[in-house]
Design a protein around this ligand. Structure first.
Ligand code: SF4
Length: 491
């Protein structure tokens, strides 16, 4: 059914709308929102709202009434949502080696076998990488070690951390380190060093042991046993150091493959049992080796969204039973929807974070817009290559024409489908994903699998905001609370 919106000029301020069952979601340019019944929406859109009625008061409170439109409030809200724009790259992904001891069915990281020592970063490149990172204009810097498996090239991790801390004495950034590791090569010495240098440790868990071991193959051993043994050990070490276990614990990353879709309950239970406080239900993405195994791991996004809905409901059920665990997609969108802030998640913001919010540094000194850009280059497509830490200046990297094109391509206000979309104030697109899946950085959102996921998740969340009971709404609100983990900041 087409809803009547013929004569909104007299009453409504600018709005977009989307029908959701018995309700209609209405958003403004700057991201104020309200969910209306259909009869309420009809009155709103046709200028038939009784002055002083409850509906009139609700709409005015959301700055959706033309006559009472508060321009300053709208401008301030918009500025608050976009305050990341002038910051500069804050996330710096460093691939210290391509070597990896595990073989994963969906491996994104363009891995190399353990004897490929030529894919280790050299000390010279490591030093130049640190120097480039600390030239960022961003006052916040997170250096994230990736691979391959970073523990394979641990001396390079140590060198980068020590040099960055030393150089930061004059640079004065708020500096943090994160390492994403499968933990199979962890030992007590490495752990002591990482804890002593306040390096946050993250790992990957794909669900229960049977699924995890099948998807993440560790020769002659169980990748699950090693990962979970070290998760418990690291969590115990945080507790021994007197850190609050609700804030300081190992977080894990899930990659949702076709086999995960029917196992949503098991996935949630596993994360709860491991003591994780967050679960990111990420769909498999099209980069790196995953392309070759697409037929095995991929699935239609409608099936993913059914999985997401089941898993989210179950996570909420767990919260209602007293377990505190959140879903990250929901937390990101709800923070934007409910607080008016932007959590600066680089893949879901407008303009997107590639190049202007993050950079990726390869073992060979090459600099890319993001890790996805690096993976595309490893597969033979250098579109997102920006320069080299040894020969390029910082200005050449961040002012690269590719970065400018990406900022324009990921500005949703210039996206033909997004400008009419109700969810545009909260959404984001990724030029690398568009380029890979649709052959153009701009993309065509109606054909984009990423758009389908973002739209579907926001539909589910707005449905909940419209119909959930108070206890569920309180849980969703709690997920928007950001509690900084200051221990990981370098002193
Ligand atoms: S990416 Fe899709 S869901 Fe997001 S604003 Fe654009 S059209 Fe809407």
């Amino acid at each position: 059914m087409k809803l009547p919106v013929s004569d909104s000029r007299s009453y409504a301020a600018f709005f977009r709308f989307r029908e959701l069952g018995e309700h209609v979601v209405v958003t403004s340019l700057e991201g104020e929102w309200v969910v209306l019944r259909r009869d309420e929406f009809s009155a709103f859109a046709n200028g038939k709202v009784e002055p002083g009625s409850d509906l009139d008061v609700r709409l005015q409170a959301r700055n959706l009434v033309r006559e009472h439109f508060d321009v300053r409030r709208a401008a301030e809200t918009m500025a608050r949502r976009r305050r990341f724009v002038h910051g500069g790259p804050n996330l710096h992904l460093v691939v210290v080696t391509l070597r990896c001891n595990e073989t994963c069915v969906y491996c994104h990281a363009s891995r190399a076998d353990l004897d490929a020592v030529h894919t280790d970063m050299t000390p010279e490149i490591a030093d130049a990488t640190v120097d480039m990172i600390l030239r960022t204009t961003s006052p916040h810097v997170t250096i994230e070690f990736q691979g391959g498996e970073p523990l394979v090239a641990f001396p390079i991790v140590e060198r980068i951390v020590e040099r960055a801390v030393e150089k930061n004495r004059s640079a004065g950034k708020q500096l943090e380190f994160t390492m994403v590791s499968n933990l199979a090569l962890m030992d007590e010495d490495k752990l002591r060093w990482l804890l002593g240098h306040r390096v946050q440790i993250c790992t990957s868990i794909d669900g229960a042991k049977s699924l995890h071991d099948k998807q993440r193959v560790l020769p002659m051993a169980s990748s699950w046993d090693t990962a979970t043994k070290w998760i418990a050990r690291i969590n115990a070490a945080y507790a021994e150091a007197g850190l609050d276990p609700t804030l300081y614990h190992v977080e894990a990353l899930l990659t949702t493959t076709r086999e995960t879709l029917s196992r949503w309950r098991e996935v949630v239970d596993t994360y709860v049992e491991l003591g994780c406080r967050a679960l990111f239900l990420r769909p498999v993405d099209p980069f790196g080796f995953a392309e070759k195994t697409r037929r095995v791991v991929e699935y239609p996004r409608a099936e993913y969204l059914a999985f997401y809905r089941h898993a989210l409901d179950y996570i909420i059920e767990k919260n209602r039973a007293g377990v505190e665990i959140l879903e990250r997609y929901a937390a990101i969108f709800l923070t934007k929807i409910l607080t008016g802030d932007d959590p600066n998640f680089l893949d879901i913001r407008s303009p997107g974070g590639a190049g202007i919010g993050q950079l990726a540094y390869n073992f060979d000194g090459k600099v890319f817009s993001s890790d996805e850009g690096r993976m595309l280059a490893a597969a033979g497509d250098p579109t997102f290559l920006l320069g080299d830490v040894r020969s390029s200046s910082y200005r050449e990297i961040v002012g690269h024409p590719t970065i400018r094109a990406m900022a324009i391509a990921s500005n949703l206000d210039g996206q033909p489908d997004c400008i009419d979309c109700t969810y545009v104030p909260y959404c984001g697109t990724q030029p690398e994903h568009n380029h890979k899946t649709l052959g153009t950085m701009m993309g065509r959102m109606r054909e984009s699998s990423m758009c389908a996921v973002h739209k579907g998740i926001q539909d589910i969340l707005f449905e909940k905001l419209a119909t959930a009971d108070n206890e569920t709404l309180e849980i969703l609100r709690r997920w928007t609370t950001i509690r900084p983990r200051e221990h990981f900041l370098q002193p």
